[in-house]
Design a protein around this ligand. Structure first.
Ligand code: F6P
Length: 357
């Protein structure tokens, strides 16, 4: 019999609750183990007593359709340099390790993006923690897996936003610009842009010129289409190569900006009336899509099976319609940006979508 812990780390996304549900079903239903949910990521192991909750099958059944994470999460406070009340930074990793052992945990499932998985692995290596990782992020930038939990729902939401913007664009003869998340990767913009019929898709991986973008808008006008739809990733730079980042008071978050820049530049250069929508955290919430629920189910079951097999220090993956696993170091060492040779880039070009280059 085993006692395992599970935590969600980093930004929330749709699909976290379904993965918690899947882990509980497999661990308790199949193996008869005990599952402790650790609250607010590693913060739950930095308190005394630790902030944990016992998970049971009948407690998790309602989680399938719920966004967010019932365990809570945080993307602030690296345990190795934890911000203290007096402004100093303190290494608190040993508290996490001590509590893992005090709780009598045999293994820990950590659900996170590349940043969180890297931190969790460092703690695990230092403290003899049997860690298995599950990749989640709307950005879909974790290496070694084609899909991370949360990405599909985010693409659905961005696509729906484009569908809606089409009507206003056409009714008012406007250029509507949708700024989407993705951190440094353009996966959300590329996928939603194709699915939502955008005329221009701008992603950080493909440098653009405003001239090409405006030419596309003009071409459409000549064809009698007096409106255009532009989707842009948050990390796209200005034409001069400057990254527009508005920092919050923690000095970290991007709060939008490139959409507004493009709106002003396009209006100035083409005379078109422009409007911007910054989709923001809408992309992270809501009901998980069927695909996110499926991937969550597959990842949850596989993670528990890896523990049963004693295969730690691995992260579950999705490749060629197969669930599998790779060493965590492999996944976190291979940041996955959009490959300019990607089949979807080719598809977008084939449809006549302007990628700005
Ligand atoms: O990594 C997920 C993500 O949503 C990014 O796409 C975005 O840049 C960032 O997190 C926003 O972070 P926060 O929730 O701290 O504003």
């Amino acid at each position: 019999d085993k006692r395992i812990g599970i935590l969600t780390s980093g930004g929330d996304c749709a699909g976290l609750n379904p993965v918690i549900r899947a882990v509980v079903h497999r661990a308790i239903g199949t193996y008869g183990w005990e599952v402790l949910g650790i609250c607010r990521s590693t913060l739950g192991l930095m308190t005394n007593p630790p902030d944990v909750t016992k998970l049971e099958i009948d407690r998790v059944d309602s989680l399938l359709t719920m966004g967010g994470t019932v365990l809570g999460t945080t993307n602030k406070g690296d345990p190795f340099a934890f911000p203290m009340a007096d402004g100093s930074l303190c290494d608190r990793s040993h508290e996490i390790i001590d509590n893992y052992h005090k709780l009598g945990l045999d293994a820990l499932i950590g659900i996170g993006g590349d940043g969180s998985l890297a931190i969790l692995r460092k703690i695990a290596q230092q403290g003899g923690i049997n860690l298995v990782g599950i990749p989640k992020t709307i950005d879909n930038d974790v290496g070694s897996t084609e899909i991370s939990i949360g990405f599909d729902t985010a693409v659905n939401i961005a696509t729906e936003a484009l569908d809606r913007l089409h009507f206003t664009a056409a009714s008012h003869s406007r250029v509507m610009i949708l700024e989407v998340m993705g951190r440094d990767a353009g996966h959300i913009a590329l996928n939603a842009g194709i699915a939502g019929g955008a005329d221009v898709i701008l992603i950080p991986e493909i440098p653009y010129t405003l001239e090409k973008v405006c030419r596309k808008i003009k071409e459409r006008q000549v064809q009698g289409k007096n409106f255009s739809i532009v989707i842009v990733s948050e990390a796209v730079c200005t034409e001069a190569g400057d990254l527009i980042k508005k920092m919050d008071r923690f000095g970290e978050c991007r709060l939008g900006g490139i959409g507004q820049y493009l709106a002003e530049e396009i209006a100035g250069a083409s005379g078109a009336e422009t409007r911007v929508t910054v989709l923001g955290h809408i992309q992270r919430g809501g009901i998980p899509s069927p695909q996110d629920r499926l991937i969550a189910a597959a990842f949850g079951v596989e993670a528990v099976d890896l523990i049963a097999a004693g295969k730690y220090d691995h992260v579950v993956t999705w490749q060629n319609r197969q669930v599998g696993c790779v060493p965590i170091t492999e996944a976190i060492g291979q940041y996955r940006a959009v490959d300019p040779q990607d089949t979807l880039v080719k598809t977008a070009r084939g449809l006549g979508i302007c990628l700005g280059d």
